[in-house]
Design a binder for this molecule. Sequence first.
Ligand code: GLY
Length: 351
Amino acid sequence: MAAMKRRDFMKTTAALGMGLPLLSLGGVAEAKERNVKPDHPVVVSSANGERAVKKAMEMLTKGADPLDAVIAGVNIVEADPNDITVGYGGLPNEEGVVQLDSSVMHGPTHNAGAVAALENIKHPSKVAKLVMERTDHVLLVGKGALKFAKAHGFKEENLLTERARKIWLYWKETLNPNDDWFPPPPEELDPEVRKIFQVHGTINCCAVDANGDLAGVTTTSGLFFKIPGRVGDSPIIGAGLYVDNAVGACGSTGRGEANLKNLSSFLVVEYMRQGLHPQDAIMKVCERIVEHTKLPYLLNKRGKPNFNVKFYAVNKKGEFAGGAIYESGSFWVYDKNGPREVPIKGLLKGS
Ligand code: GLY
């Protein structure tokens, strides 16, 4: 064994059957679903995904692979300095450093790639796709992810825009009334800065093409002012994104920690595998998150979660849905009826 190279060892164990996948519990449903196709490609995305669904649909109608299509869609938002929740211009961690998370999953090959806490690279979703295609791994983090991106020719750039820096500085200056950082007098505060404090983001985009092949991507700058090194749900396959080509795709935005503890996107797809419509699958997962939220600091006065998590799902037939713990805003869909915003259904009233 000592002399055996790791890759040879893996080949040997696979040949002995040790590497064979266990029989899927959803095997029967998968066999039934294999020939299902939508009557038109369908793309779903979060509220910031208007340009993403349009770009992805343009590519799908030209016959692009669904993963290439959704990645090209979210790349527009990753490059946009005005979206402070994704890529360039995303809000930084508590030390003022932008750290990005992203994952991609390709239905036809059931392959996946991801990066977490990646600094100085504008398009983490492109790096995630290279992790999938050009390594034997699924997830690279931090310095290793950056080295890998640079090895593939990505150029380092400063992702902290002036706007994001000002918001971060205001956060730091108002964090502790007893420290030595003083916020500006209210009349000098940029009104944009206060407004921006109320925004949450991340972008997810999932698609099914005309052949019934599925793919998805999630990309984010993560929780605002997070502890350096904090990794959310977006780069964790099963948490912030999951795709099963026999069933459907699901991605999420919102409080990542809830998805990490419930493997929520995987669970949405599993409920769809059992025959649930994407809307019902999402609502069952929201129920699960509510049931599992027990820590007092995460509960409001009514004993319900004091945070929100949103899901976007599409199945192999092209049925789609957006849902959340609390009804809030809308998501984007592009199907045979064109691109449009659709309200997100909530499990609970209030917020
Ligand atoms: N859902 C994005 C994050 O928590 O980082």
